[in-house]
Design a protein around this ligand. Structure first.
Ligand code: DWN
Length: 414
């Protein structure tokens, strides 16, 4: 694991909104937890702990992490590889169909994906467009994408790298940033890069976990150091407008616990604004204060319920393991206080995670082969966002003896 610089990692900007500069107020403090993808080689290895405090802005409805770790420390080497998932594949298909219907994706399109990870989405598109290019800051992850034959630049995306891309590859008609716009303390830098590089009639697509869904469904485990923003539509529009970009469409997607897809074009292109934009914003205005107000209480309740449930099962002699060494799983386990004493091991299909331990909780990560050798009684689904496909696969493989603990939206067993 890449060593974290514990002294120089944090940067906090007083208490102002990093999108519009207004005053922010605290919403929820999860305490100090390890970085969620800091899988360790030894159960007791200390990856450092950093505060997870989120705050909200009444002016632009932005929700943000107060303390931001250095992005070099977070992404120089990176543990997350987009998994093979039926749900994600379906999402890529639906997203492609929508973008095609909007005229944003044609056989003549050059697509740049920001935060392209191992290239799952670009591989899906590659044969049907003119050119695909990825950019991602994690060296180990870029090497995997390149080995699949995907052109991928290893860098952070901003105005500087946007200029380098223009010089080396030309101007993309479509820039897509899926689940990475929140991964930077200053999203203005990424948006500025897109605004500089995009073709005049081009389309910028941003996908991110949707703040309203995170709050409504009590998905507090989405809070970790990589997620420096929890975007609402209003906050995203405020951000885009500062770069002469116009938010024209908004749409929900089922992936990652409920995501939102934003479409933006240059203001000068005079693209019409779909009714989805004001509709989403109206709903946010109506419900956000109430959702923010009760979030901390819901989170505390989940902690108590999950602790009690696992303690009861263990007292009854049941074996409890986890499935999915996800980033969110580490927030869940460490905030709730579950360790290798309660959770025997965690199963995950990512080869690079197997053989390591979850940070702080010290839970070993095993392959499916090893994990299902002697199946547990209960699996805590720490990758609950793939719930249906994971449960179906395990039932097919191991039978129906295993039961599943779902932590979200309320602790329950299926
Ligand atoms: O924003 C982010 C999201 C999109 O991805 C990142 N900051 C980090 C990452 O978050 P995560 O780790 O919570 O994402 P996933 O995709 O929910 O992680 C699922 C984990 O479960 C992965 O380690 C892969 C694993 N998995 C598995 O073992 N078997 C997943 C599936 C679908 C499976 O069948």
């Amino acid at each position: 694991m890449h060593p974290l610089n514990k002294d120089a990692a944090l940067s906090a900007d007083g208490a102002s909104c990093r999108i519009c500069g207004s005053h922010v107020r605290p919403i929820l403090d999860l305490g100090s937890l390890p970085p969620a993808n800091a899988f360790v080689r030894e159960p007791n290895e200390d990856p450092g702990r950093f505060r997870l405090l989120i705050e909200s802005c009444d002016s632009c409805a932005n929700i943000q992490l107060h303390d931001c770790m250095s992005i070099v420390d977070l992404y120089d080497r990176y543990a997350y590889e987009t998994p093979d998932s039926r749900m994600l594949t379906t999402h890529y298909q639906e997203l492609g169909t929508w973008l095609t219907a909007l005229g944003a994706l044609t056989p003549d399109t050059f697509v740049l994906e920001v935060g392209s990870n191992v290239g799952a989405f670009l591989l899906h598109l590659k044969s049907s467009v003119r050119r695909v290019l990825g950019i991602d800051p994690a060296r180990n992850i870029v090497a995997i994408a390149q080995a699949k034959g995907l052109e991928t630049v290893c860098d952070f995306f901003d105005e500087r790298s946007a200029d380098a891309i223009r010089r080396a590859y030309g101007v993309p008609e479509l820039i897509i940033a899926r689940h990475c716009m929140a991964h930077n303390p200053d999203p203005h830098r990424m948006i500025a890069g897109a605004a500089r590089l995009l073709s005049d009639a081009g389309t910028l697509v941003i996908e991110n976990a949707y703040a309203l869904k995170t709050l409504e469904s009590n998905e507090f485990d989405q809070i970790y150091h990589e997620h420096m923003f929890y975007f609402t539509v209003r906050a995203m529009r405020t951000l885009l407008e500062q770069h002469d970009l116009r938010l024209t469409h908004v749409r929900m997607a089922k992936v990652h616990g409920g995501s939102v897809v934003f479409i933006a074009r240059r203001r000068a292109a005079h693209a019409p604004i779909e009714t989805s934009v004001p509709e989403f914003e109206a709903r946010e205005q109506e419900t956000l204060p109430m959702l923010l107000g009760r979030f901390a209480e819901n989170v505390a309740q989940t902690r108590e319920q999950l602790r009690e449930l696992v303690a009861r099962l263990r007292a009854e002699g049941k074996r409890v393991c986890a499935y999915g060494a996800s980033a969110k799983g580490n927030t869940l386990l460490n905030y709730v206080g579950l360790t290798h004493r309660e959770i025997e091991y965690c199963i995950d299909t990512t080869p690079g995670k197997q053989g390591r331990y979850l940070p702080l909780s010290g839970i070993p990560i095993l392959s499916e082969e090893r994990g299902f050798g002697h199946p547990p009684d209960f699996l805590l689904l720490t990758a609950w966002n793939y719930r249906d496909e994971i449960i179906a696969r395990i039932r097919e493989r191991v039978g129906s003896s295993i039961r599943f603990i779902l932590p979200i939206p309320r602790v329950h067993i299926v």
